[in-house]
Design a protein around this ligand. Structure first.
Ligand SMILES: CC(C)(COP(=O)(O)OP(=O)(O)OC[C@H]1O[C@@H](n2cnc3c(N)ncnc32)[C@H](O)[C@@H]1OP(=O)(O)O)[C@@H](O)C(=O)NCCC(=O)NCCS
Length: 139
């Protein structure tokens, strides 16, 4: 799998990937999410390509204090081959190169099994609760 920055031509395949990976939610319009990322700092929005097809994505960013990664996705036909691990490692390297001291990610409560996956990648729970407030409604 070749890892490279997202390009606008990838939009449809990335949205199909997110749908296959069940990462889309009615309150997060994927097109608006992509447009916002491209307008802000697209450099850490990565895709994984194999034989010309987008099979992976990771949308990361650095706010000056923490890095965050969202939409980590490996196409179901390619899961379990270590691709998620190597894409996450690529995100970590890119953030580290920018001087980002810590990478954060969120796991939905409906996927508790993923917490174990991330623990094995060196992530821990931390002594905090993540809170959020919607500022723009997408639905
Ligand atoms: C989670 C995800 C990115 C992992 O990518 P992947 O390429 O399948 O993972 P890897 O091959 O690197 O997995 C390494 C290990 O994690 C395990 N693993 C993978 N997905 C897992 C899951 N959903 N739950 C628990 N363990 C998982 C693998 O069995 C493997 O274990 P092993 O090394 O002991 O054999 C991928 O399964 C995915 O896209 N899932 C759907 C979207 C999603 O939930 N994204 C995360 C949002 S927070």
């Amino acid at each position: 799998m070749q890892i490279r920055p997202f390009q606008p031509v990838d939009e449809e395949s990335v949205i199909v990937l997110w749908e296959r990976c069940e990462l889309t939610r009615p309150w997060n319009d994927p097109r608006r999410d992509i447009a916002r990322k491209l307008a802000e700092d697209p450099s850490l929005f990565l895709v994984g390509v194999e034989a010309g097809t987008v099979i992976a994505s990771a949308m990361a960013g650095y706010d000056g204090h923490r890095g965050w990664v969202h939409y980590l996705a490996i196409h179901p036909d390619h899961q379990g081959q270590g691709l998620g691990t190597s894409l996450l490692a690529a995100v970590e390297r890119a953030l580290q190169a920018r001087g980002c001291p810590k990478l954060m990610l969120m796991v939905r409560n409906e996927h508790p099994e993923l917490v174990e996956y991330y623990r094995r990648q060196g992530y821990d729970d931390g002594d905090f609760v993540t809170l959020g407030k919607r500022l723009i409604a997408d639905d």
